[in-house]
Design a protein around this ligand. Structure first.
Ligand code: GUN
Length: 291
């Protein structure tokens, strides 16, 4: 069994990006600049956005944090987005989700220029992905694809089972794994909460991508010997032995599933660190304006 280290892969991606930024600076090109819009003061969102801004600084990107009050009107937020769309210094930007209830998230997502949509959530970005055209891929599926690539995990002709059909993980993941490219060329089964006899299906999987959002949902009896398992879940559970009072677990019962696997991504240290690396890759792509 081999551990898929998201820390190792994301560090490699970030150091490659840092070298690329150096080269851009040397030739006097445009240094990539990411902006992040944070509405309100949700603790988790603040942590994520700060991590994104810090990652930009580490690779040499420019970064801007736009902090707006939770009381901002939808119209005012849409105006802020339009300013970022028109700001030539900013190559890409994200609006951190979730937004306050009085703001329509879909409307906001669609207001972002597809040329700057480094989260890859705009319908234009998702449509291009489906058509296998160059586009910004959503961070988590992009990160998983890069993990499979880094570990040379063979995918052609394999049965990939995805558990969960969310717009930002399960559904795009199923499309990427079926593409006629590497990683891809899988026979894909997309399963979800209404799937019958789930264990019968997951036991046939060569590659299992678990994004169901339920702690330790995938157990050893659901996994074939020699499978590759990617755990997208992240849950905080109380743990008095930890200084923080909690620890992180995934959607996979790691201790019993891991011994059966050829490869497995842990939580923490698996998919999580890859998402920021993907955002940075998309921002670099945005400078080239070819997405
Ligand atoms: N909230 C949780 N994950 C994400 C993400 O990837 N992008 C944005 N914009 N908001 C999020």
């Amino acid at each position: 069994m081999k551990i898929i280290s998201g820390i190792e892969v994301s560090d490699k991606i970030k150091s490659d990006i840092a070298l690329e930024v150096e080269a851009i600076k040397l030739r006097g090109g445009k240094v990539p600049h990411l902006a992040a819009v944070l509405v309100g003061n949700d603790g988790a969102s603040q942590t994520y956005v700060n991590a994104k801004v810090k990652a930009c600084e580490k690779v040499g990107f420019g970064s801007t944090l736009v902090e707006l009050p939770a009381t901002i009107s939808e119209t005012d937020l849409l105006n802020e987005i339009e300013k970022l769309n028109n700001n030539k210094e900013i190559d890409g930007f994200i609006v951190q989700l979730p937004l306050p209830k009085h703001i329509n998230e879909q409307k906001v997502t669609e207001a972002i220029s597809p040329l700057k949509d480094v989260d890859g959530f705009h319908p234009v970005s998702l449509g291009k992905m489906v058509l296998n055209l160059p586009s910004f891929l959503p961070a988590t599926p992009y990160g998983i694809v890069e993990m499979l690539r880094h570990y040379n995990i063979s995918t052609e002709g394999k049965h990939c089972v995805v558990i969960g059909r969310s717009n930002i993980v399960g559904s795009p993941m199923s499309i990427l794994m079926a593409r006629n490219t590497y990683p891809g060329n899988c026979t894909v089964t997309l399963t979800h909460s209404k799937t019958q006899n789930l264990a019968e299906i997951t036991k046939q999987a060569d590659i299992l991508i678990v994004a169901i959002g339920k702690p330790e949902f995938l157990t050893a009896n659901m996994v074939k010997e020699g499978a590759t398992v990617i755990d997208v879940g992240i849950h905080r559970i109380e743990d008095a032995t930890k200084k923080s009072g909690f620890r992180l677990i995934g959607d996979v019962k790691f201790d019993e599933v891991a011994p059966k696997c050829a490869f497995i991504s842990p939580v923490p240290g698996g998919v999580g660190p890859m998402t920021i690396a993907s955002l940075l890759k998309n921002t670099l792509l945005a400078v080239r304006r070819d997405a």
